[in-house]
Design a protein around this ligand. Structure first.
Ligand code: SF4
Length: 355
């Protein structure tokens, strides 16, 4: 056995002893639909959070067929709280395509899987290896980090060249007998031991084979170029009420927070421009905000303020809807809008407005 394969064997032994028991790992052999949904949910979301969402999702949409036939609003409502709603929309669209083109069963090749909305290289690799036993690495941040440290690579892991190099290394060592376990073991190791900051090398089953550790460079790796800073905006939201109803606005079906409902919201880089825009559209309103909140997205930061305003004089088009307070939970609301209503409820119940 080569040195290269010895670390794989150690990794799998460690995984057999300590692999995490997770709801989507319960069925053996693995259910491709479960692998797919869990991998999409796990993008940008913590495992503990995903557990609850996954269980509820499978209760409501136990099959691809059930998901494909569900209305979009219900799919988005179940996703509420996970953020990055394009993931839910793509799951739904892909389920419909699978039903129409593949008879309700996920295709078994990486190429065919990649034609489905929301399925990229990583997810296709995860499904092919875990559900279909194919030798395809699932290259995500965990795998990139662990392998960059193991081999002490100096390439930028976010560059195409760095990614290609690591993918090539993974393809050479992924074992034919247990490709899915190899990918999951790397995910678990990356999540529990070889974590981004201060990896727990003293507890690592691979320490004897890890060049990064032996060269005392584990914490410096992987090499990454700095990301562009997030763009900052001011956002003015208007709480407009009529009897027991609140005026909500549906966002366009493309772009950030697409198709989600929110309070009428005006966005601009400068706060004064934002207020001006809101007043041009909704008339005058007071100077004291009802709510202040900083909302951080992956590429943007919104400094938000909400004000009470009057019903606008202009005719409301189809993107606006009066919604009774007890109907709010039935609509897919944007993350900032959910936060607004949560803070408002707490404030009305006597809690403090969080700023
Ligand atoms: S020894 Fe340290 S750096 Fe190397 S794989 Fe293990 S945890 Fe990561």
């Amino acid at each position: 056995m080569t040195e290269r394969n010895k670390w794989v064997e150690k990794l799998l032994q460690w995984f057999d002893r300590t692999g995490r028991a997770l709801p989507w790992r319960e069925q053996k052999p693995r259910n491709p639909y479960h692998v797919w949904v869990s991998e999409i949910m796990l993008q940008q979301t913590r495992v503990d959070t995903v557990k609850t969402y996954f269980t509820e999702w499978m209760r409501r949409f136990p099959t691809i067929d059930a998901l494909a036939r569900a209305p979009e609003e219900e799919v988005l409502r179940l996703w509420q709280g996970l953020g990055y709603y394009s993931r839910a929309r793509n799951l739904h669209r892909a389920a419909r395509e699978v039903l129409l083109q593949w008879g309700g069963t996920l295709p078994r090749t990486r190429e065919a899987l990649r034609t489905l909305p929301g399925i990229g290289d990583y997810t296709a690799g995860a499904i092919c290896s875990m559900a279909f036993g194919q030798k395809t690495p699932a290259v995500d941040g965990n795998l990139l980090r662990v392998l960059a440290r193991l081999y002490a690579l100096d390439e930028d892991v976010l560059s195409l060249a760095g990614r290609r190099k690591i993918t090539g290394l993974a393809e050479k060592v992924i074992p034919a007998a247990r490709p899915g376990d190899f990918n999951e073991a790397l995910m678990d190791l990356g999540a529990l031991i070889c974590i981004p900051l201060n990896p727990h090398c003293d507890q690592c089953p691979l320490a004897a084979y890890c060049q990064g550790f032996q060269q005392h460079r584990a914490s410096e790796l992987p090499v990454r170029k700095k990301k562009a800073p997030q763009k900052e905006f001011h956002a003015v939201c208007l709480l407009v009420q009529q009897e027991n109803a609140i005026l909500l606005h549906k966002r366009p079906d493309k772009g950030l927070l697409a198709s989600l409902w929110e309070l009428p919201t005006f966005l601009a880089p400068e706060k004064n421009d934002c207020l001006l825009l809101a007043r041009e559209n909704f008339g005058t309103f007071g100077d004291v905000p009802l709510w202040c909140h900083k909302h951080v997205f992956s590429h943007q930061i919104w400094y938000m303020e909400a004000y009470e305003a009057e019903t606008p004089a202009f005719p409301l088009d189809a993107s606006y809807r009066w919604v009774a307070a007890d109907e709010l939970s039935a609509l897919p609301l944007s993350g900032p809008c959910q936060r607004f209503f949560q803070d408002l409820r707490e404030k009305r119940a006597g809690g403090k407005n969080k700023r």
